[in-house]
Design a binder for this molecule. Structure first.
Ligand SMILES: NC(=O)c1ccc[n+]([C@@H]2O[C@H](COP(=O)([O-])OP(=O)(O)OC[C@H]3O[C@@H](n4cnc5c(N)ncnc54)[C@H](OP(=O)(O)O)[C@@H]3O)[C@@H](O)[C@H]2O)c1
Length: 339
């Protein structure tokens, strides 16, 4: 492999460590998106690292700890080369995967961090996110506890997921926030109104999750009920089923046309768009597309070298406003639902 195959880097928070400009979402390796394949997932982790991916994203909620346990041997083998991000706050009861329990209180966080350290089998978590906001606990209190974890050496940097601009500002006043992780893609652009400008103002890196629209933007499925297994989480998402799915599939046409002219795939265009959109907003981004297949990590990292023209960006501009169906069934689960 030549150096040219490796992706570039971006800082994780102001003055923070440099990481590969694309990270790897590991959730699907254990949970949410149908049957898992441990061997292919392990090969994906290794291939990603060879290509310069250094930020690996997990959460305690992914498979009720399974995803963190799955990552542990990889982290042991490459501890100094990778940055591991995990999250607390959310639990999904295995007997009812449609339910979400959110906790941001001090005793919960203290228990959660110890459990994650143990499952990941590391001495310190590089980036620790609050996964979801529990509005019963002031954000200053939650971040105060997270800051204690930094002082105690259990955690290096702090992150927040799906917070509003106001919550981000309040949190940053307590302790520097290195990263905000929120959904951002050609189909989901609500954070550009307030969260992205606040992140830029504060020097916070954006970590866009589901940059491939949970796979929909790649064309790998068209209707979640018809194409995905019964346990697949995407069947609960309004935009991926029935009339919404059919209408949204039609929106992929301009993406496909642009992909053809670059000899690229629609997924690569979706990823290139996130990188270029962040440049417009003048803030660092490290998208974390999720995949369990080495060939796809090659495809996804190669997207960092695609440059879209102003004309192509203009063609992609109207798509998000035309999407039918919300990105979650319950939007109070997102920053947009609270802003
Ligand atoms: N903070 C949060 O609340 C939150 C929420 C959701 C996700 N996340 C994090 O963000 C990461 C990424 O988001 P995501 O996994 O939801 O969505 P995504 O990255 O937009 O899409 C992932 C889906 O696309 C497929 N895929 C990936 N590369 C592909 C390619 N080149 N061609 C065709 N299909 C491709 C994957 O299938 P294969 O695996 O079979 O390749 C998977 O089904 C997750 O892994 C997780 O770590 C965070």
């Amino acid at each position: 492999m030549t150096d040219i195959d490796r992706i570039g880097t971006a800082a994780l928070g102001e003055g923070g460590p440099l990481v590969g400009v694309q990270g790897l979402g590991c959730m699907g390796m254990s949970f949410a998106y149908g049957p898992v394949d441990a061997d292919a997932s392990r090969a994906t982790l290794e291939r990603a690292l060879e290509l310069g991916v250094t930020l690996y994203d997990t959460a305690d909620a992914y498979g009720a700890g399974d995803n963190e346990r799955f990552l542990a041997p990889f982290l042991k083998a490459h501890r100094d080369e990778v940055v591991v991000a995990t999250k607390f706050a959310l639990s999904i009861p295995p007997d009812d995967p449609t339910r979400r329990i959110v906790r941001n209180d001090a005793p919960y966080i203290r228990e959660a961090v110890e459990a994650s350290l143990k499952r990941l089998d590391v001495d310190v978590i590089d980036l620790y996110y609050m996964h979801r906001r529990d509005v019963n606990v002031p954000i200053e209190e939650t971040v105060g506890v997270m800051a204690e974890l930094v002082r105690e050496g259990k955690v290096k940097q702090l992150g927040l997921s799906e917070v509003t601009a106001g919550e981000l500002r309040a949190a940053h006043g307590v302790h520097p926030i290195a990263a905000v992780q929120s959904e951002w893609s050609l189909f989901s652009r609500d954070i550009e109104a307030r969260v992205v400008p606040a992140a830029r103002e504060l020097g916070v890196t954006l970590v866009p999750y589901s940059p491939l629209g949970r796979g929909f933007l790649t064309g790998s499925f068209a209707d979640a009920h018809q194409d995905l297994t019964a346990d697949d989480f995407r069947r609960q998402m309004p935009r991926f089923t029935g009339d919404n799915a059919a209408a949204n599939a039609a929106l992929l046409e301009p993406i496909r046309a642009i992909a053809r002219s670059h000899d690229a795939t629609p997924g690569q265009i979706a990823l290139a768009w996130v990188h270029q959109r962040a440049q417009v907003h003048r803030l660092p981004v490290v998208p974390i597309p999720g995949t369990r297949r080495p060939a796809r990590v090659e495809e996804n990292t190669a997207a960092t070298r695609i440059i879209l023209t102003a004309e192509e960006l203009a063609q992609l501009e109207p798509i998000a406003d035309q999407v039918t169906g919300t990105r979650y069934a319950d939007m109070s689960f997102t920053s947009a639902g609270r802003e």
